[in-house]
Design a protein around this ligand. Structure first.
Ligand code: 5GP
Length: 196
């Protein structure tokens, strides 16, 4: 059977990972995206079941207790977690399954699935990141500050990842992501590890 490929993508909030991942998926329909559960409130324009499964804190805790999550974290006051069933099912089908999660969750996935490919998306610089978080205009200033501090912490974990992609432009970054996936998929099919 064709092996699937588990791919973890992290990067500080505001770096544009969502856009890079969406663009890569437009170019390669073999990639499936794991929709996370969160207790965070939806931002304007976010769609239930597409961006996240938005749940109450109570429901989230129940998911943890029922072992429904592959990993979970508390991040800036909200819970986030990866639903287990979808990921396992898609991997069995031989798909490329992409998780877009923060650094702590990524570390936990790497421990549990050492064969997964981990990719860090970095901003060209931190000032650029602050501009992006601020321009998004969806968060109050204390949340922006908290997310910027967290971003700096997350940048320190970059070296733990198999690959780093600098998000200079969405086109370049999504192409680089697809290149990495191609190399890793070919390697997985041959039973070796790619460029890592
Ligand atoms: P945001 O609130 O900006 O959508 O997400 C905050 C952070 O949580 C981002 O870094 C995002 O990648 C991460 N995140 C989203 N879903 C999950 C998840 O299921 N698990 C973990 N560990 N992090 C997640």
């Amino acid at each position: 059977m064709k092996p699937g490929l588990l791919v973890v993508v992290s990067g500080p909030a505001g770096v544009g990972k969502g856009t890079v991942v969406s663009r890569a998926r437009e170019k390669n329909s073999d990639i499936v995206y794991s929709v996370s559960a969160t207790s965070r409130k939806p931002r304007p324009g976010e769609i239930e079941g597409k961006n996240y499964f938005f749940v109450s804190r109570e429901r989230f805790i129940e998911m943890i207790r029922n072992n429904e999550l592959l990993e979970w974290v508390e991040y800036c006051g909200n819970y986030y977690g990866t639903p287990r069933a979808y990921v396992e099912e898609q991997l069995k089908k031989g798909r490329i399954v992409l998780l877009e999660i923060e650094v702590e969750g990524a570390g936990n996935i790497k421990k549990r699935y050492p064969e997964c490919v981990s990719i860090f998306i970095a901003p060209p610089d931190l000032d650029e990141l602050k501009k992006r978080i601020t321009n998004r205009g969806t968060e109050p200033s204390d949340v922006i500050e908290r997310r910027m501090n967290r971003a700096k912490e997350e940048m320190e974990r970059m070296a733990d990842y198999d690959y780093v992609i600098v998000n200079d432009t969405v086109e370049n970054a999504s192409d680089r992501l697809l290149e990495i996936l191609e190399i890793e998929l070919e390697a997985a099919n041959k039973g070796i590890s790619g460029n890592r």
